[in-house]
Write a protein that binds this ligand. Structure first.
Ligand code: HEM
Length: 415
């Protein structure tokens, strides 16, 4: 059993208020199944004028990735091959409409590496990439993931029931990433709460950065303070505090809500198919494929946007320079040209890469960490909670949300 102070469960519930986490601006009010509309659209053409939510028949969201930009023409991609072509050409399909300046005083997840292009993006990404390769998964698991997972299960194991979406899935990614920053458990929730208050975020992180500059440890902030960035002329320099804060904010923003919602989707898919859950319990080798299939079948973020830098003919549509191209990777992941019976959650199908983690130069940096969190988290639930099943007296989970999809409550009983 771990020695860290356990999390304040009420605080976790407040902070990760499930309904509140489906924000209106990202289509949180959407409660339907978008896939029938996406199939229809793909059958008509791989690329359509318009934005994904409106084409799906939902007027809701105003702000997400490449939205709203009302003065630009918008197009949306629904086919797998067309998404792959866009990912392959980041010069034409750029991640941001404007250059990034990390030292301009704006601290936000989008003013970061994720919005950079070309050689500059490669240089910044190369600094952290070694900490996120598959061979580093063990480092993440033994230092932070296992402890977080078991602490959380300790909190409800004796009760015979739990709500897994908030009490389990939401907290694991936060504890993992803040742990890797060297933030103690009792400040982890404060750092999460500070995501919308950059000054507070910096106030918590600054002393840790200063301490690691003095004396590096075995954690991610130490990797960042020791990293050397090489400029076009070949000169090297250490990252500024502002650059480190920007990296940290990107990691926490990109890695927390996503992994939370995807773990909830995977658990819901398994709990609603007790025979599949039993198969995974009996043969843990099936857990990896169960996670990959959940990523393909219902990726939590089914749309990412790119900014078109030159006039281009693209899969039968003329895209003018300055337009925005929305890649509906949710639709691409169920393209029947690539997967048979694409609407079925089938953990026995041959695993072929999907676009749940994006593709090309900006493919998710944290994908092996996310996979490790889901594998260790779900594996530990199966190990420690015999007869784990959905609470037969509660409403079963449903998937909601347009651009950040996830499950409603996941009420389970065990024992
Ligand atoms: C299941 C969980 C996750 C999903 C579905 C996911 C999905 C994605 C996607 C689709 C992108 C590409 C965005 C684009 O092309 O514009 C991305 C980028 C990124 N993700 Fe993840 N992510 C997850 C977990 C994580 C975790 C755990 C971390 C870090 C610990 C992380 C860090 C990042 C970073 C830093 C980028 C930007 C990479 C770059 O610009 O080169 N993600 N993620």
């Amino acid at each position: 059993m771990s020695t860290t102070p356990t999390l304040d469960r009420e605080r976790v519930r407040q902070l990760f208020n499930l309904r509140g986490s489906y924000h209106a601006e990202v289509g949180g009010g959407y409660e339907d199944d978008p896939y029938p509309a996406w199939h229809r659209l793909r059958e008509q053409a791989p690329v359509h004028p318009g934005v994904v939510h409106e084409l799906t028949g939902y007027p809701g969201p105003a702000v997400f990735m490449g939205l709203p930009f009302p003065d630009r023409p918008h197009f949306s991609v629904f086919g797998y091959a067309a998404c792959a072509d866009a990912y392959r050409d980041p010069e034409t399909f750029a991640s941001s409409p404007r250059p990034v300046d990390l030292n301009d005083g704006t601290l936000s997840a989008s003013n970061s590496m994720i919005s950079m292009g070309g050689a500059r993006h490669r240089r910044h990404r190369a600094l952290v990439q070694p900490s996120f390769v598959p061979a580093k998964a063990r480092w993440w698991i033994t230092n932070w993931i296992e402890e977080a997972v078991h602490d959380l299960i300790d909190g409800f194991a004796a009760e015979g029931r739990a709500e897994l979406n908030v009490d389990f899935c939401a907290a694991i990614p936060i504890l993992t990433i803040t742990g890797s920053f060297g933030v103690p458990v009792d400040r982890a929730l404060a750092l999460r709460a500070a995501l919308r208050e950059p000054e507070e975020f910096v106030r918590i992180l600054r002393p840790i950065v200063a301490a690691r500059r003095e004396s590096p440890q075995d954690d991610l902030i130490s990797v960042l303070v020791e990293a050397e960035l090489t400029d076009e002329e070949g000169a090297t320099q250490r990252l500024s505090d502002a650059e480190i804060h920007s990296f940290a904010m990107l990691l926490l923003t990109a890695g927390s809500g996503t992994t939370w919602k995807q773990m909830g989707i995977t658990l819901s898919a398994l709990l609603q198919r007790p025979d599949v859950l039993e198969a995974v319990r009996a043969d843990r080798g099936l857990l990896g494929p169960a996670i990959e299939e959940s990523l393909r079948w219902t990726p939590t973020d089914p749309m990412f946007s790119r900014f078109v830098t030159r006039d281009v003919d693209f899969h039968g549509v003329r895209l003018p320079a300055g337009s925005v191209l929305h890649l509906c990777v949710g639709a691409a992941n169920r393209d029947p040209a690539r997967w048979e019976r694409p609407d079925e959650y089938d953990i026995t199908r041959r695993v072929r890469p999907s676009f749940a983690f994006g593709g090309g130069a900006h493919v998710c940096l944290g994908m092996h960490v996310a996979r490790a969190e889901m594998r260790v988290g779900i594996g530990a639930l199966l190990d420690r909670l015999p007869n784990l099943r959905l609470d037969p007296h509660a409403e079963p989970p449903r998937f909601i949300g347009m651009y950040e999809r996830g499950a409603t409550e996941i009420p389970v009983v065990f024992g």
